[in-house]
Design a binder for this molecule. Sequence first.
Ligand code: ADP
Length: 339
Amino acid sequence: MKQLNSRIQTFVRTDTARLMSTYLCIIMVMSICFSLVLYTTSVNQLERQRPPRIGMQYSGFDGATPTGFREFISDRIEEGKREITQNLIVLNLIMLGGGALVSYYLARRSLEPIEASMEAQTQFVSDASHELRTPLTALRASNEVALRRSKLTLKEAKETIEDNLHEIDRLQQLTDGLLRLLAYDDSPQFQPVALQEVVGTALAAVAQKAANKSIAVDDTTPAITVNGDQGALVQLLTILIDNAVKYSPDDSTISVAAEQDSKGGVTIRVADQGIGISEADAPYIFSRFYRADSSRSQTEGYGLGLPIAHKLVRAHHGTLSMESTPGAGSIFSVYLPKH
Ligand code: ADP
């Protein structure tokens, strides 16, 4: 009993209970108003049946009504009123019970998407804070160690500053990624964009990284025009090509290709001969902050590239998919439908 009481008390304080009571109030106000109208109309109808008092004239009747008959009719009218009242009370009680169930259902339906988005928001803030903490802790540690030294040589001071700059770079990358993930709105300005130009700009952005690993790039993008947001498409391909470079061994080849289908949709493929993605990791790689263990040990990153890429593709009403063979390479495919 105590447990039930405390459960009810907890429920009463929830948003569901508050919204449910609002819905129930609306239902009951409507039901009571409807009942009052019904009661008034029915009573008026009944009252019309009441015979006139002795000696009173009313149209179509010229004399007195016997008292017994008048009382009998009056009793029937009063009985009728009582019955209507009882029926309306029962109807309102049923409305109260049924209304409570309907209100609960409606309240849950209204609140579920809001709760889900709030949960996602909380999860995002908590994941972002967790990721921010790592470089901040490293920064703090290297500075504290440097400060604790009684004699700090110029070389050591420079090393500490270099470490700090490295961590600051990482922090900047992370905050840039977070902002990009949040900032891009879902209604980009579409215009005809030359795909070769988009791929060329993305390749130029990662050219140095690829050159550092002696990675060759095979770009066979045809002269196709797509309808989209040029900046967003460059960003999307930069993420995919950058990943291809990051997760490929030295002296390998990355290829970028595209084709248009009969409906006018365009598929762009970025293929690499890198470490690949295991079946266990595949379902999660588009989730924020997810990084396969093999990647964590080999390269730097925050697991924000693919979620951003996914968001950009969605804004173009397209799809982003991946095929991979661990140890042999991956192919990321972007499909952009004709707009
Ligand atoms: P990041 O590269 O910063 O870790 P991403 O969101 O771009 O973040 O990628 C998420 C994860 O997906 C990576 O950590 C990696 O494990 C995997 N991944 C993405 N692209 C590739 C690729 N081309 N080859 C192998 N693994 C990849």
